[in-house]
Write a protein of this length. Structure first.
Length: 730
């Protein structure tokens, strides 16, 4: 809470800025004056700060000038008198005017000479970094979701603690991946500082608007000019230099580089050069509390970052944004923004992506959540939005070009030893040139240093790796789709080492059909040496279709993340010396399928090598696991009615296809089958929104609500301990 002593100190500091010289308390003609500035030998400025709160006492303090002024006039010293009081009495102002004394409230005093009210008003209207409405580009108006930020020692900080530290003169650096809410945090800190009782206001500067400036005064001038407050430029430079303002700096990774280099040492020099202006600001305003934000992996190390900023480790507290919302934070964020009863498992938890989710129309969002390919549609929407956001920050690069650069880097990463990279700066530069037709120079260079989903590998290298396995899986799948439809076979001689994951398979299956054209393309790719691309195609078709006929396609030395034969019919495909992370065998049928000399990390559906099917020869598995097959359900020590429930859930949610005919769901040949329970279960699931139904050619067809998959998994894994009302009812 601001005290009278704080106000007196702030007024004295501003008086020194306005009139120059030292503002000192002095007794004149037996009267103590709070602030005396001796501009010239014959011209003094007197400022009295009163804490009184009654009109009579204030008039008594005001009368001090009536004793001081004549005394100094006799000494040929002219006085300019100012009276500052927290209380607002219009009659007191009139009394002062009659005595040639300017009477101010603190707000009026700081607004007149420093533009405090004007700054707070205009700054609130301007965007805070990337904390903007994705549609309008205006400042994000949604409420702040409290987040806990982590120090290098594992301590947790909230926004209040950050604001308090900055207000007390500490320097804080907040690092995080793209879309993790750094700018939104900075805006919250600004508002907390701006709403304090102090007359001194914080400065919040977007570095993206200050490319090329080398001096802190130029940054301040440009910032104020952009707000239409250029008439306060000089005063703000002086108060900032004195450390009077907390300074909030958004986007250390958004200062433009002047060139690009594939050499890590040269890149570090470029980054340091681009930081000259901010380094000068930190040096000139060394007594000010500061908060700076930037992408965690923009610099090769925190040591390089501190060197570029001209700071020592002991001067700074480094905080890290969590990359995703926790369950409670996500619920808080979405409760007031998205009117959905349940949220799908694929729902993103990154703050930026959650914000994008809220921009989707309610009906469209419900359709997206219910759709089997809703996850894919949303991933593509997110990628487009991210590229649009980055292109808006750096308009020197187009949205489509940035997207293609990301897809090509994701493809290149498949040739690396590591699953996620690394990618060298030289390789990134080459891809940029191939996509855009020009070498990466000038402002475009900074885009390459802060590409979404990429992070640094270590302090000694400028190499980058993907930091989001789910995202790179989607990017790799989209890149393969793009090449397929453009009939680009340039990947045929590439030796990919990493297959798509389950999401990549799902995306690929939603875009490419199993027909002669696709078989021809991928067969050709496999024959030329890129067997993993063909593996991706086969793996995605197996996942996406109930019945597949691969027309005698052979995959030699392929790699698969998963092959799920559950409830599927597979024909005419051979896997020779392939590596498969996970194979699931459950209620399947095969024709002319061969696994020869293959290596499995795990096979689900059999308990040992003795259970290998006849189409597997000379194969080795690292582990085995039973699954809840129809046969396994019959062996469970539970009531028949619960076995019937599990069988229906399995058919609906864990076997391929968009739906099941009512007749097929209600028909059970197992000994445990309970017809009455089956009918009741379908009725309850319809009422609770777990399934939908529509009229087919031969009666009702039931389709699962994919948003309920998490609930169903819990029922099937925990059985009587699931605590679900459906289990209890049955």
């Amino acid at each position: 809470m601001s005290t009278w002593q704080d106000l007196e100190r702030e007024v004295r500091q501003l008086a020194e800025v306005i009139w120059g010289g030292n503002a000192l308390a002095e007794t004149i003609n037996g009267v103590k004056c709070d602030c005396v500035l001796k501009n010239r030998s014959d011209y003094w400025v007197l400022v009295e700060i009163s804490k009184e709160n009654t009109l009579d006492k204030l008039r008594t303090d005001l009368a001090k000038f009536a004793s001081i002024r004549p005394y100094l006039f006799l000494k040929n010293i002219y006085t300019e008198c100012h009276f500052v009081t927290p209380e607002h009495f219009p009659s007191l102002r009139e009394t002062g005017e009659g005595q040639n004394v300017a009477v101010h409230s603190p707000k009026d005093f700081f607004s007149k000479y420093l533009g405090s009210t004007q700054y707070l008003s205009e700054r609130e209207r301007a965007p805070f970094g990337s904390a903007v409405d994705p549609d309008s580009g205006e400042t994000d108006s949604t409420s702040y979701v409290p987040i806990r930020y982590t120090t290098e020692k594992g301590e947790l900080w909230g926004s209040e603690k950050i604001a308090s530290a900055v207000a007390s003169g500490k320097k804080i650096i907040l690092l995080g991946e793209f879309g993790s809410g750094k700018s939104r945090c900075l805006m919250e800190i600004y508002r907390q500082l701006a709403n304090s009782e102090s007359s001194i206001f914080p400065l919040a500067i977007n570095l993206r608007d200050n490319w090329g400036y080398k001096k802190f005064s130029h940054i301040i001038h440009n910032h104020l000019d952009s707000l239409g407050l250029g008439n306060f430029n000089d005063a703000l430079v002086r108060t900032a230099r004195r450390g009077m303002h907390p300074i909030l700096i958004d986007g250390l990774d958004e200062i433009s580089s002047q060139s690009w280099s594939g050499e890590p040492a040269r890149l570090s020099e470029i980054r340091k050069g681009s930081m000259q202006g901010i380094r000068d600001l930190i040096a000139e305003c060394k007594n000010a509390g500061m908060m700076l934000t930037g992408r965690e992996h923009y610099f090769n190390s925190n040591e390089e970052m501190l060197e570029c900023l001209g700071l020592r480790k002991e001067q700074v507290t480094i905080l890290y944004c969590p990359s995703e919302f926790t369950d409670s934070e996500l619920e808080t964020y979405l409760q007031t923004r998205v009117k959905l009863e349940t949220y799908p498992t694929w729902l993103p938890r990154k703050p930026l992506l959650c914000q994008l989710l809220t921009r989707i129309d309610k009906d469209a969002l419900e359709a997206l959540v219910a759709s089997e390919i809703g996850e894919i549609k949303f991933f593509e929407k997110v990628l487009d939005a991210i590229c649009a956001r980055e292109a808006k920050i750096h308009p020197t690069i187009y949205i489509d070009a940035l997207k293609n650069i990301m897809l090509d880097i994701a493809t290149l990463s498949r040739t690396k030893e590591g699953k996620l990279g690394p990618i060298t700066p030289a390789e990134i530069g080459t891809i940029f040139e191939q996509v855009t037709g020009a070498a990466p120079i000038d402002e475009s260079a900074v885009v390459l240093q802060r590409l979404p989903y990429l992070g640094r590998t270590g302090s000694e290298s400028g190499d980058r790796v993907f930091i989001d396995e789910y995202a790179v899986d989607g990017l790799r799948a989209l890149a393969l789709v793009k090449r397929y439809f453009s009939k680009d076979d340039s990947i045929k001689h590439q030796k990919w080492k990493h297959p798509l994951g389950p999401f990549g398979y799902k995306l690929l299956a939603s875009k490419i059909k199993l027909d002669n054209e696709s078989l021809k393309y991928f067969r050709n790719i496999e024959a030329r040496g890129n067997s993993v691309a063909c593996s991706d195609f086969v793996g995605s078709m197996v996942l996406g279709l109930e019945s597949t006929d691969f027309q005698k396609i052979n995959i030699n030395d392929g790699k698969f993340s998963t092959l799920d034969f559950s409830g599927r019919t597979i024909r005419n495909v051979s896997f020779i010396e392939c590596e498969i992370e996970e194979l699931t065998l459950d209620s399947y049928a095969t024709t002319e399928v061969v696994f020869n000399t293959c290596l499995f990390d795990r096979i689900i559906g059999i308990s040992s090598a003795d259970g290998y099917p006849s189409f597997m020869t000379d194969c080795t598995a690292g582990g085995y696991e039973n699954v809840l097959t129809v046969a396994r359900i019959s062996e469970l020590a539970i009531a028949d009615r619960h076995k019937t429930l599990l069988s229906i859930l399995k058919k609906l949610f864990f076997q391929p296809g968009k739906g099941r005919k009512e007749e097929a769901l209600l028909r059970g040949t197992e000994k445990y089958w309970d017809q009455t329970t089956a009918e009741n279960v379908l009725r309850i699931m319809l009422r609770q929104g777990m399934v939908d139904r529509f009229k087919g050619d031969d009666g009702w067809v039931y389709s699962p609500n994919r948003a309920k998959t998490v609930r169903v998994k819990k029922i099937m894994s925990k059985l009587g301990n699931c605590g679900d009302e459906l289990w209890a009812y049955v």
